[in-house]
Every structure is written in C-alpha cells, then in structure tokens.
Design a protein around this ligand. Structure first.
Ligand SMILES: Nc1ncnc2c1ncn2[C@@H]1O[C@H](COP(=O)(O)OP(=O)(O)OP(=O)(O)O)[C@@H](O)[C@H]1O
Ligand SMILES: [Mg+2]
Length: 374
C-alpha cells in the first residue's frame, strides 16, 4: 500500500529538533514526496546546520522504518535568506563547500582523484550516451571509474545501463553504488519513481546531489564522470559550482543551433573556473548501413571549428549510428558490448584525450588529503 504524507508526518512526530520540538512543528519541512520512496528536505539556518545533521539522520531512519517505504532521502538545506536567484545555496558545513571556487573551491570527495562533468547546453545531443561510453573508455585505459547521474530532471543511467535493482545501504545511512561493466554507478533515478513530479526546489535538488557525492561509498576512484542535466540555467551553474570538478567535457552535434548552446556551456564552466577539457562532436556523420554512403545530416566538423575558435581542445567525433542508439537504449553500451568495433575505438580515443587533458591541467595528481567532518 502506498505510504501517505500523513504517515510520514506521523513518523516524524517522534523525531525531535535540537530544541526538543517535534519535527513537523518546527516549520522547517519542505513538501514531502511520499510513496514507496520518500523525499523531503529540512530547511534550517546555515549556522545551525551541524546541530541539525543528527536530526536529519534520525528523520531518515524513522521514515525508512514505516512499513512500505523502500527508501528515504532527507536533505538538509540551509537557504540564504533573500539570496539572489541562482545564488549559491548554502549546504551544511562539511557537505557542499560554501567557499567560492578558486584556491579553496568545493570540498573534494574522499578517495576520488578527479571528477569531470559531461555537459551540453542543449538537450538530446547524446550527453548521457557519451558519458557512459566515455566512462567505459576510461575504464579500458586501466582507470577505476565511477559514474554519477546528476540529471535530476531526467535521469537516464538506470536505462542506459539496464539497472533495475536499488542500491543497498551500508550502516543504515550510506548507499553502495551499483557495479556495472566495472563502473561504480549512482543515479538519482535509483531513488525516485519515474513519475515523481519534479516539484523540489533548487536547494533541495542541490542537497540530493551533495548526498550522492558524499553519502555514497564510492571507494577509491581515479575518475568520476558526472552526467549533468542539459542547459546552462541557474540549476546547472550551481551544480558546476558545488561539485568539485577538475574539468568538463562538452557534447554537441555539429549544427549551428547546438553549437550556440555548446558555447553557452563553455562560458558557464569558464565563469566558475572549471577547465573545459574539450568538445566532442556527436552524431557527426551518418554512414548508410545499406549503401555505405556518408551523409552529413547535421553538417560535419562544426564542433571542431567551434573548438578552434574558442581555443578549447577538440576531443573527437562520434558518428550517428543505429548501433549506438540501439545499444544505448537497450542498456548495453557499445564500448562494453562491442569493444572491438570502430565506435568503441572512437570513444577510447576520446577517453585518452580526456586523460591527456587532465594531465595537462596538472590535475591527475593524487587527490589532496581531505579531512572529513562528520
Ligand atoms: N552517436 C549516436 N548515434 C545514434 N544515436 C545516438 C547517438 N548518440 C546518442 N544517440 C541516441 O540519441 C538519443 C539521445 O541521447 P542521450 O539520451 O544520450 O542524450 P542526452 O543529451 O543525454 O539527452 P538529455 O538532454 O535528454 O539528457 C538516445 O536515444 C540515444 O540512444
Ligand atoms: Mg541525458
């Protein structure tokens, strides 16, 4: 039977705030997304966030104990009152770094050497497909790789990697990533139903991302690939700021319209001082499977020219090919399932370039020692 909001509030009535008030009476709770998976946030004054973290944990445990609840995710948000739209939301100390990027930057994820974003200004250009195959290409270079689906509005890793199981919890609160083709995988799609309306406010979405970075047992990773939501709005900008990114990979199709958006994406990462590792041209050309003739459906070479113009590296091109679409949509990514084919080779070459770029940026060095606040 579906779990209702009232049941959730009832369970939360037994959880006390730091001053002893029952949680539902504190006025800190967001809208509650109820069902088999429960999701809500506790919004508190940034200065008190540390004191509230145990409350968050108890709230999560109380909700998880309701019969019928499969998973519960409770985020602690500390909104800056009167902040400008798109202003960086403040999370609990020790979670997302509140310091501006630069010398300090957002706090790294312990055990993870480099985190890179795969992004595009425009939706549907093949970003998720590229993220998965790039991650597998990096794996083929001998790296230990994780992939995080940060596309909170349209998570696609469960589909692209045919994952139907839910991640297990370790010690009641931390999640274990799911292993697929040697990748450690985490997606917000594991925690929410596809039909769940996206009613959460921006800061809550941010906390969910922060939790997926910091409350998941990622283990030791050489690189984590983050599949970003499309676009260059406030949500994406905030993500680019909050995730301790070592670089970004921009995916674009060759036509002008997509390139305009790609340019916006590059500008966004530059604005937050994240190095742009380069551009990938996806759906670069079409080779007819019947006659072998090549057609440049969206034009060809646009992304390479744009990369030159903007002074960012060109990482390679991937053709528009039925085999890529079919394997991608069937959850059998082509680098894993046809490792000797030409497409796997193209993705591996892109992966090599990404690694070279990371080396050039001087960021593939061992991660700095990070002190974790608990
Ligand atoms: N090179 C390619 N050849 C053929 N089909 C492709 C290629 N790249 C991606 N696709 C297909 O295009 C569709 C969109 O791809 P994908 O989901 O990776 O895009 P996206 O940019 O992540 O989209 P969104 O903006 O919705 O997150 C999918 O059906 C995918 O299989
Ligand atoms: Mg996608």
């Amino acid at each position: 039977m579906a779990v209702t909001k009232e049941q959730v509030l009832d369970a939360l009535g037994k959880v006390a705030a730091p001053d002893g008030t029952p949680l539902p009476k504190t006025g800190t709770l967001s809208d509650i997304v109820a069902g088999e998976k429960v999701f809500f946030s506790i919004n508190v004054d940034a200065a008190l966030a540390q004191a509230w973290d145990p409350v968050r944990k108890r709230a999560e445990a109380a909700v998880r104990a309701i019969p019928g609840v499969q998973s519960a995710m409770v985020a602690l948000t500390a909104e800056k009152k009167g902040g400008a739209p798109g202003a960086r939301p403040q999370a609990a100390p020790g979670r997302a770094g509140a310091a501006p990027r630069g010398e300090q930057g957002p706090q790294g994820v312990p055990g993870v050497t480099s985190i890179i974003a795969v992004a595009s200004g425009k939706g549907g250009v093949g970003k998720s497909t590229t993220a998965v195959n790039l991650a597998l290409g990096l794996r083929d270079l001998g790296m230990k790789v994780g992939i995080l689906d940060a596309d909170i509005y349209g998570p696609s890793l469960p589909k692209l990697l045919a994952i139907r199981e839910k991640p297990q919890t370790v010690g009641g609160t931390r999640l274990k990533p799911i292993e697929r083709h040697g990748l450690a995988v985490m997606s917000i799609g594991f925690l929410i139903e596809e039909e769940t309306p996206m009613i959460w406010r921006g800061p809550m979405v941010m906390s969910a991302l922060t939790q997926m970075l910091r409350e998941v047992e990622w283990g030791t990773l050489d690189i984590m690939v983050v599949d970003m939501p499309p676009g260059t709005g406030d949500a994406q900008l905030t993500m680019a700021q909050q995730v301790p990114l070592k670089g970004s990979v921009i995916v674009s199709t060759p036509q002008d319209l997509a390139l305009i958006d790609a340019r916006r994406g590059i500008a966004m990462f530059r604005r937050v001082n994240v190095p742009v590792l380069g551009i990938v041209e996806n759906m670069s050309m079409f080779i007819c499977p019947k006659c072998g003739e090549r057609s440049d459906i969206f034009g060809h070479g646009g992304a390479r020219r744009e990369a030159e113009r903007l002074g960012v590296p060109f990482l390679g091109e991937v053709p528009l090919d039925m085999a890529i679409r079919e394997t991608s949509d069937a959850g059998l990514p082509i680098v894993a399932t046809q490792p000797d084919g030409p497409h796997a080779k193209a993705y591996r070459a892109i992966a090599q370039k990404v690694r070279d770029q990371l080396d050039t940026e001087g960021v593939a060095r061992p991660a700095p020692k990070i002190v974790v606040e608990s």
